[in-house]
Every structure is written in C-alpha cells, then in structure tokens.
Design a binder for this molecule. Structure first.
Ligand code: ATP
Ligand code: MG
Length: 559
C-alpha cells in the first residue's frame, strides 16, 4: 500500500532512529534470498518490508543473493527471483549484489581473525564437533585444536583454500566462548571445505563461508543499516555483531548494521518450506515451481493473482514478533477486493443446458452490448453474439422449483444478462427423463435486458451463444494441503500425508467468443462463476486457470 498507516514495530524502530538523528535517506535495507528455489508468499512478506521501509523513508534497498552454499544454488533461480521482485513493483536500482562478490574480502576477514587469535583451524570430525559443543544448560568442551598457534592455523587455512584437503577434514572456527549459554557462540564454524562448483565461480573456490559469517559482513560491506530477518535468527544476533565488531570492517563503518527479527508468515493450508516445495517439484506432485497451486510468486502469477493483492495482504498482516498462523481467507479477501475492481467480466457456461428460442429467426445473429466492468466505466463495453440457440447453466433451471426460486422454471421469466427477458415454454427430455433442452420465448421489446413496461423479473442468468461459443478448458484449483497448520505436523507424520487429492479438477466449458483474445495475466471474472485468467504456459487463450472462487472457500468450517 502506498501510505503506511500501521506503525508496526520495525517502523517504530526506524522512526526512533530518525528521531535520534539518522538521516532517513541513509536507511539502507537488503533482501537476501538464497537462489536455491523460487520465492514464495513468505518471501513477499519479507521483501515488501525490506523495500517498503526503504521506500517510505527515501532510503535504499539492495537485492543480495545469499549464494554461499553452492549445493542447490542455480542461476535460473536468480532470474526467477528478480522477475518476482519486479513483478511486485520493486526496484533495487541496479544494486544487484551477491554474497559471492565478497568471497575474497570475506576470506581476508577470516585471515584477520586467525592472525588476531580469534579463529583457528579445527581438526575435529563433524560428529566430535557436535559432541564438544555440548547442549544448552551445560558448557561445551574446548576443542583440542583451540590453541593451535595462529601461524599453523593460517597455513592450514591457506591450504584448505588451495584444495589440499578433503571435505570435512578441517573447518575454520571462530574462537568465542565454549561455555556461552548460546550454542551459536560456542566457537561456530566460519569456513568449511566443499568441493562443489558454484553457480557463478565454478571451481574457483573449494572453501565456502558459513551464513552467519557471510551475512553480517556482507551487510557491513554494503552499508546496510537495518538488517531485517525472521525470528529464527534472533539467537544468531550476538554472532552477527561479533563478526562485525572483531574484523577491520568496523573501522570503515559509518553506521553499524543492526539486525531486527520479525515473525515469518505461516499461512493456513499452505506449506512454505523451500526444501519441501523443492521436493514436490522434483517428485512431480505439482507441475513445476510455477504450478498455480504452489504458494510461489510465479505460481500465484500464473494463477492470476495481482501484485496489488499480494502487497495489500503483506501490509494487512502487519509485522510482529509472534509466530502465528494467518488464515488463507485473508489472502483471498485481498485478492477478491482487487479482482472485483479490475477483472473484466465475461460470460461462460460450465454445465450447459441448451435453450432454443422459438420466436427468434433461425440463422439470425445480433450483437449485443455488454459492460466489461461495472466497477470501472473506463473498461468500456464489448459486443456479444445472440441467436436462436444458446446455452445456460443447468443449475439455472428447475422443473419443479421451490418457492423463492428466481431462476428459470416452466412458464417463469428471467433476464438473460445483456440480452432479453426469457420465458420457458417447454421442457424436452431424453428417454431417461433427463432434461436436454428448453424451448423458450423472448420478449423482443426487452432487448438489452431492459424491462419494456416496468415489469420486474427477479433473476438474471448468464448464457453463451451456441455456434460461436469457444470450447475451453478450465483448471479449477483447490488447496494443495488438507491440513490447516502445515508449519507444525503431528509427530511421525510426513507432509505428503496431507496432500489434497482433489486439488485440481479439469473441466471443459463454453466461453463467449471475445475470450479468444484474452491474455495471460489479465484478470477475468466469469460472471457468477469465479475469477480466472488465461494460463501462461498454454497461451492459445483456451485454457484458463481459476484464480479464486467468487466467495470464500477456505475458512476451516466451510472446507
Ligand atoms: P525457507 O525456510 O522456506 O527455505 P529461507 O529462509 O531459507 O526459506 P531465504 O531465501 O534464505 O529462504 O529467505 C530470504 C529472506 O526471506 C530471509 O530474510 C528470510 O528470513 C525471509 N523469509 C523466508 N521465509 C519467510 C516467511 N515464511 N515469512 C517471512 N519471511 C520469510
Ligand atoms: Mg535462509
């Protein structure tokens, strides 16, 4: 949203800093995704905050790829992340950085720590490392290598870099406090050997810095003032400060970067872990990272979500320090509020029942005016064909209607949207008794759907002309998981136990001919049916993704 009216705690911190003399234009944040997957709605919360705080104050926000772990990092994810951030309308102003840009500098800081006796090369195996570190409440045990002379550590560290050792043989560790109540302060690893090619530097490096070391120093190198991250990093904060305070970067800093933590977004019926999302992609449970059922921004885009809906949602949920579960209905509420304003109205029939208009000439077609969006006059009108043969929705007819049924029934009158008043004269059935056709009359004086004499009809139904109808396919999506809270599963359960077997229904339907021109990403409302958009992967205009139903379908009690 353009004007922030909620003063969440991060905004209050920034306000306080400004009151204490910080020039708002100096506010500098960063969004630090790891390019090991596509961004999801949780990341959107994070980067709306990072970019938002900078924008609100006339400061800057960098896009920094945290690419210190070459295992799963790929250039295609870099591209997809940039596309997603841009899609939400944010601009990093050319400040596209990579933690790997700083590998040489970070290496230098590590040597500094060794020389000043604040880091050492350790020879413990990973299992011993863990054992020595100990458990909360009891001090850990110092590594036998803790007092290795600096020259020896320096020599080993250089040989680690030169590739002389195998993975796991040595690690470089900070020398902090083996009895700290905070396990992260018990001589954490700074560098480990990994003989894996990096997405940008290939095999140039075979040692890689740990996140805790690289992240804070990258912030310091870039002059970040407010480093916003999720709550799980709260316990890493002393380490964040320690690395900055114990390397020479501190002398170059005008403003000490500060880390602030906020609660991550958990959304009902939605799984947000990148590792698990990666798994359902790899196992082809979904059709890629951009499957419209995925909580990824690329999936949501393909499904027809609008950037505004996502940004409004991120503003609406606010920023707190408490983990909670946000109701998916809130996201859909933001989505529908926007779609209702911008979606082009179109007519489509999903479960067709043929109507023959007895008092209309065979072979005659007329073009009627239909309003594109009653919420937005500037969207204009279009022409829709009408003839003797049309389809209506089967559910809009009842042979023996109850009281207060205002749609079509024998001898009752309804309005065909934008067309005519219609009366049902006869019901045609097949041998099994199924209604196959209705014979009806129109009132020619009601052209456009307007009452000729002030008489009222209670129901208005949608329709599609038969010969020009586009035979189309709709992908009707439902939630991917059946469990409300996917962020904490019962013991022993696997997330795949909660996959919704009915998350996708494919349906053939008839669409009005103007839909042939519809473009992927254009929000559409099929009147009385739901919000849709053209699928971007098919692109011939005849496959539509359902973005959302017209009404809430996610609230727990209705699920
Ligand atoms: P995941 O836990 O899904 O694998 P991650 O935290 O490892 O995600 P990163 O690419 O490192 O993914 O995240 C980039 C930024 O986005 C980080 O600052 C992280 O804290 C933030 N972030 C990730 N998930 C969420 C979430 N669900 N809600 C809010 N912020 C998030
Ligand atoms: Mg991370």
């Amino acid at each position: 949203m353009d004007s922030p009216d909620s003063k969440h705690f991060i905004r209050q911190i920034v306000e306080r800093d400004i009151a204490n003399g910080l020039d708002p234009r100096e506010i500098h944040t960063r969004f630090p995704p790891e390019p090991n997957g596509c961004l999801h709605i949780g990341h959107a919360k994070a980067f709306c905050l990072d970019f938002g705080i900078a924008l609100e104050n006339g400061g800057k926000c960098n896009l920094r790829f945290d690419d210190t772990n070459p295992d799963k990092e790929e250039t295609r994810f870099v591209e997809s992340i940039k596309e997603d951030v841009r899609w939400l309308g944010f601009d990093w102003g050319g400040r596209e950085y990579y933690a790997s840009d700083y590998f040489e500098q970070l290496y230098g800081f590590a040597e500094e720590l060794i020389k000043s006796g604040k880091a050492y090369v350790c020879t413990l195996s990973p299992e011993e490392f863990k054992e020595y570190r100990g458990v909360p409440g009891q001090p850990g045990k110092p590594s036998p290598w803790r007092d290795r002379p600096a020259e020896e550590s320096l020599d080993l560290f250089r040989r680690m870099r030169a590739g002389e050792f195998e993975e796991g043989e040595y690690v470089l560790r900070a020398k902090i406090d083996m009895s700290s109540p905070n396990l992260h302060m018990r001589d954490p690893a700074i560098y480990r050997i990994k003989k894996i090619a990096h997405h940008r530097f290939g095999n140039e490096w075979c040692i890689y810095p740990m996140y805790d070391f690289a992240h804070c120093l990258s912030d310091a190198i870039e002059g970040i003032t407010h480093s916003l991250c999720t709550l799980e990093f709260e316990v890493h904060r002393p380490l964040y400060d320690w690395f900055i305070d114990n390397t020479s970067i501190i002398k170059r800093l005008k403003i000490h970067p500060r880390q602030y933590e906020f609660a991550r977004l958990n959304l009902s019926y939605t799984m947000m872990s990148k590792r698990k999302l990666q798994q359902i992609v790899a196992e082809k449970i979904v059709d890629g990272w951009d499957d419209p059922r995925m909580p990824t921004l690329s999936g949501m885009r393909r499904r027809g979500y609008t950037p505004k809906a996502i940004k409004d949602f991120c503003e609406e949920i606010g920023v707190t320090k408490f983990n909670s579960l946000t109701d998916f209905a809130l996201l859909e509420h933001c989505l529908r509020s926007d779609l209702n304003k911008v979606a082009l109205r179109r007519m489509a029939v999903f479960d067709p029942l043929e109507v023959e208009i007895e008092n209309y000439d065979e072979g005659k077609t007329e073009l009627l005016d239909a309003v594109n969006n009653p919420e937005d006059e500037s969207a204009g009108t279009r022409k829709i064909p009408f003839s003797k043969h049309i389809y209506i929705e089967r559910s809009d007819f009842m042979e023996n209607p109850p009281k207060k049924y205002f749609r079509l029934s024998p001898n009752s009158e309804v309005r065909l949207r934008y067309a005519y008043f219609l009366t049902c004269k006869e019901v045609v059935k097949d041998s099994s008794g199924k209604v196959v056709k209705l014979l009806c009359n129109i009132d020619p004086a009601s052209r456009g759907g307007n009452s000729p004499d002030g008489r009222k009809v209670k129901g208005t139904i949608h329709w599609v002309e038969k010969s020009s109808a586009l035979k189309s396919t709709a992908y009707l999506y439902d939630k991917l998981f059946t469990r409300e809270d996917m962020s904490s599963l019962p013991e022993g359960a696997d997330f795949k136990d909660f996959l919704n077997p009915n998350s996708l229904e494919i349906k053939e339907f008839f669409a009005e001919p103007s839909l042939k021109e519809a473009k992927p990403g254009t929000p559409l409302q099929f009147e009385r049916i739901g919000y849709f958009t053209v699928d971007s992967k098919v692109g011939d205009g005849l496959v539509f993704n359902r973005t959302a139903t017209l009404k809430d379908s996610y609230s727990p009690n209705k699920a």
